[in-house]
Design a protein around this ligand. Structure first.
Ligand code: OAD
Length: 255
């Protein structure tokens, strides 16, 4: 089968990189940004309910109070009363602990890979667990700041007087240099690149599968539906991550 063939490539590989997107967290109850779902109960994609322009860097600069109000609503839509890792996150942590996964690059800001036990994680789009001062750069834990925002402090400010910003990459902002550099090096050096639960449409993160494939890696796409790179993938697994990833990890063990 396809899973068995991919599993033996992973078992034989020297370096494997996994690259994840919102689809990995959908089974935790977090909506995706775009794309189809097979589950009628699944939440609507975020960019069908919200306007991405409201979360653009320009909006933050022009109207930080309004930005934080919209961000509070988005946070409640995405995380509700809290979210936990699912079996897909756990399968990737298992793959790493068994020595078959070197680097996990994620576009997600929910922290669920680390919560599941993954250690070598590059958070390309930052993390919702922190906020950073837009003036002095100091970071702090997000939870107490969200409490202040709920109580009406909009925008929340730093001790230095600067405006705080969620420590995530907004549209219109570049990726953290160090994170993107490390992700590119990992993509260039790996033998197998697994793109999981991502539409592979948002640049520059979406060029990583191409970098890996151009450098000779086997490219596997694991996603419910078609992605921007499905056509050129060596393996195009159309599957739910909660089924495909545990099955893949099991197959690597017996490969
Ligand atoms: P997308 O929402 O674009 O893609 C998620 C993909 O996962 C879609 O193709 C879904 O069909 C698929 N999917 C959903 N549930 C799944 C499941 N259970 N099993 C397998 N696949 C499933 O999310 P990303 O590609 O991560 O950027 O989006 C990239 C970036 O766009 C995000 O990081 C965010 C967003 O705007 C920033 O915030 C900077």
């Amino acid at each position: 089968s396809t899973v068995a063939a991919l599993a033996s490539e992973i078992a034989a590989a020297e370096r494997v990189v996994a690259f994840t997107g919102a689809g990995v967290s959908v089974p935790s109850g977090i909506p995706p940004f775009r794309g189809e779902s097979t589950d009628d109960d699944a939440p609507d994609p975020v960019w069908e309910t919200y306007d991405p322009a409201d979360f653009h860097r320009r909006r933050f600069d022009a109207d930080p109070a309004g930005f934080w109000s919209d961000r509070l609503a988005l946070r409640e839509t995405m995380y509700g009363d809290g979210v936990e890792p699912n079996v897909a996150h756990e399968a990737l942590a298992t793959l790493e602990s068994r020595g078959h996964l070197d680097t996990l690059v994620t576009q997600n800001v929910d922290g669920l890979h680390a919560a599941a036990g993954s250690e070598s994680v590059i958070e390309l789009h930052g993390t919702s667990a922190r906020v950073a001062c837009d003036r002095c750069g100091a970071t702090q834990s997000a939870d107490p700041v969200w409490e202040r925002v709920r109580e009406g402090e909009r925008p929340p400010t730093c001790d230095c007087g600067g405006v705080l910003k969620p420590d995530v990459v907004l549209f219109g902002e570049g990726l953290p240099d160090d994170a993107f550099d490390r992700a590119q090096v990992a993509a260039r050096r790996c033998d197998v690149f697994l793109a999981i639960g991502s539409s592979l449409t948002v640049r520059p993160a979406s060029i990583l599968p191409e970098i890996a494939a151009d450098a000779g890696a086997t490219l596997a796409v694991i996603n419910l539906g078609s992605t921007a790179r499905s056509g050129e993938a060596d393996y195009d697994l159309r599957a739910d991550v909660t089924e495909a990833l545990p099955a893949l990890v099991e197959a690597v063990e017996t490969a």
